[in-house]
Design a protein around this ligand. Structure first.
Ligand SMILES: Nc1ncnc2c1ncn2[C@@H]1O[C@H](COP(=O)(O)OP(=O)(O)OP(=O)(O)O)[C@@H](O)[C@H]1O
Length: 307
């Protein structure tokens, strides 16, 4: 039995080469867990396979090797238990903001009365600050507002796992900051389990409990699992004054600028991992030795065997 709510085991994605060449391994041996209620971000350079991993978690893509197990069951296709927020909002253009949400809520709870569906959907529109524009169509909303509708819709359906693929990538810095804070607030309120892709290290530190770092592709690996030990609630203005903030930030930037490249390739990537798992790193503490990491994973494996 799995000890994590979501367990990613030995995941790899390969594409056959055109003609007779060797197949392309985008990433391999991805092993990590996500606990219930945890907010996990994943960062890595373009093309290392982050969206592919997210799509496999969603059940929208198939792995070449390995499995994803959620709540003890293997993920084998899309499900309402897993909600996805993409960068491009993916709203239905002919429906109003509210109707985009009620449509999803009705699909989730078909037996709910119209009143209950409306009230529930409005509550989530309010949570993202969109009360008053519920009857506007997506084309009558700004990009930031559309993304808020998309986030409200995802949270309103209360999936067991919320997957977000660079949800703020297309927004200007000011709007992005506001929505990040809304997201933290809703997440605090709902205690969702979230897996999110971002390219923004500050965003990851603000939002995440843990940040997974990927080496460069091809043959990318999930090499590190970085703990963000800064207390919650967090907000954008105060967090940068926290004594640990720059320790974590410097670690992430160093990984992205230097180590993601040095560790790229199958052999170096395997060495970066600890017994096939990402190395657990807390940049605010003394470096944890590889042996200690091994112990942590060995203990987790033993607990799994005995569970
Ligand atoms: N059908 C395909 N055939 C061959 N290679 C593919 C195919 N689809 C995707 N790829 C490759 O898989 C790799 C991973 O793509 P993916 O979108 O998962 O990366 P990513 O890390 O999310 O990138 P970004 O940060 O730019 O969004 C890319 O290098 C892409 O070229």
């Amino acid at each position: 039995m799995s000890s994590h709510f979501v367990e990613v085991q030995g995941l790899a994605k390969r594409y056959p080469a055109p003609g007779r060449g060797e197949s392309l391994t985008v990433f391999e041996d991805a092993n990590f867990g996500i606990d219930k209620g945890e907010f996990v971000c994943i960062i890595g350079h373009s093309g290392c396979g982050k969206s592919t991993i997210l799509n496999i978690l969603a059940g929208l893509d198939e792995a070449s090797d390995g499995v994803v197990v959620m709540n003890g069951r293997e993920v084998a296709g899309p499900s309402l238990e897993r909600g996805v927020v993409f960068q491009n909002y993916s709203l239905l253009p002919w429906r109003s903001a509210l109707s985009n949400i009620t449509f999803a809520v009705r699909a989730r709870w078909p037996r709910w009365s119209r009143e209950k569906v409306n009230a529930h959907s409005l509550r989530f529109l309010e949570l993202v600050g969109l009360k008053g524009v519920e009857h506007r169509k997506p084309s009558q909303l700004s990009g930031g507002m559309r993304q808020r509708v998309s986030i409200a819709r995802a949270f309103a359906t209360q999936p067991q796992l919320l997957l977000m693929d660079e949800p703020f990538g297309a927004l200007d810095a000011l709007t992005r900051g506001m929505i990040q804070e809304e997201l933290v607030r809703i997440w605090n309120e709902t205690q969702q389990t979230v897996f999110m892709i971002t390219h923004d290290v500050d965003e990851a530190i603000l939002l995440a409990d843990r940040i997974l770092l990927m080496t460069n592709g091809p043959q990318a690996r999930v090499a590190e699992s970085v703990q963000v030990s800064i207390d919650r609630p967090r907000n954008r203005t105060d967090i940068i004054h926290h004594p640990d903030y720059y320790k974590i930030r410097n670690h992430l930037v160093d990984f992205l600028v230097n180590r993601s490249k040095e560790l790229s390739g199958s052999a170096a990537g395997a060495e970066a991992q600890v017994g096939r798992y990402p190395r657990i790193v807390d940049p605010t503490r003394e470096p944890v030795s590889a042996a200690a990491d091994q112990d942590i994973y060995r203990q987790a494996a033993m607990q799994r065997c005995h569970a």
